[in-house]
Design a protein around this ligand. Structure first.
Ligand code: ADP
Length: 186
C-alpha cells in the first residue's frame, strides 16, 4: 500500500499515520519529523530547516524532494509506505510522481483529512503546551494555515484528476476517523 496523507496543520495526520503504519505494516515517513530530527542534531539541513519552520514557511521543493528521493531508495520502502506532510506543493507532487515512475511504482491512494480551521487552531495551541513545538504559536499557526490553502490544498484537485483522492471528515474520535480511513482504502 502506497499512501499519502493530506491535511492542514493540526488535522491529525501524525496520529492517524501512526495507526496506519501498524495496520498495514508500512513505514511512516513524515518530512516534518525528518526536519525536526535534523534540527535537534544540529546538521546544516537542520539549521536551514529551523529558519523556515519557525516562520511557518515551507522549505524549498528541491530540498524536500532530495530528502524523499534518498528515503525512497531505502529497502523498507519497497513493500509500501505512508507519506505524512509530503507532498505539500504541486511541484512536490509532480516530483514524487516522477521519483515513483522512475522506480516503476505509483501511489495507490491520497487520503485528505478535512478539519475546520477553528478546530485546528485550538488543537495546535493545546499541542504547543504539551509538546512545546517551536512552530506551534498563534502567529505561526495562522501563517501555516495560509500556506496550506495557498500551496497544499490545490493538491486535492491534482489527485482528484489522477482518480486517487479520498476525502475523510476529520472531526470525531481518533478511532472513528481511523475506521473512516480504512473503509475508503478497502
Ligand atoms: P504540521 O502538518 O503540523 O504543520 P509538519 O510536521 O508536517 O507539521 O511540518 C512542520 C514544518 O516543517 C512545516 O511548517 C514546514 O516548515 C516544514 N515542512 C514539513 N514538510 C514539508 C514539505 N513537504 N515541504 C516543505 N516544508 C515542509
Amino acid at each position: 500500500m502506497k499512501i499519502v496523507l493530506l491535511g492542514g496543520p493540526g488535522a491529525g495526520k501524525g496520529t492517524q499515520a501512526a495507526k496506519l503504519k501498524n495496520h498495514f505494516g508500512i513505514p511512516h515517513v513524515s518530512t516534518g519529523e525528518i526536519l525536526r530530527e535534523a534540527r535537534s542534531s544540529g546538521t546544516e539541513l537542520g539549521k536551514k530547516a529551523a529558519e523556515y519552520m519557525d516562520a511557518g514557511k515551507l522549505l524549498p521543493d528541491e530540498i524536500i524532494l532530495g530528502i524523499v528521493d534518498e528515503r525512497l531508495g531505502m529497502p523498507d520502502m519497497s513493500k509500501g509506505f505512508l507519506f505524512d506532510g509530503f507532498p505539500r506543493t504541486i511541484p512536490q507532487a509532480e516530483g514524487l510522481d516522477k521519483l515513483l515512475h522512475d522506480r516503476d511504482s505509483s501511489l495507490d491512494a491520497v487520503v485528505s483529512i478535512d478539519v475546520p480551521d477553528e478546530m485546528v487552531v485550538d488543537r495546535l495551541l493545546k499541542r504547543a503546551e504539551i509538546e512545546g513545538r517551536a512552530d506551534d504559536n498563534r502567529e505561526t499557526i495562522k501563517e501555516r494555515l495560509r500556506v496550506y490553502y495557498a500551496q497544499t490544498e490545490p493538491l486535492k484537485s491534482y489527485y482528484t484528476g489522477h482518480g486517487i483522492l479520498k476525502s475523510i471528515h476529520g472531526v470525531g474520535a481518533v478511532d472513528e476517523i481511523f475506521e473512516r480511513i480504512i473503509t475508503v482504502l478497502r
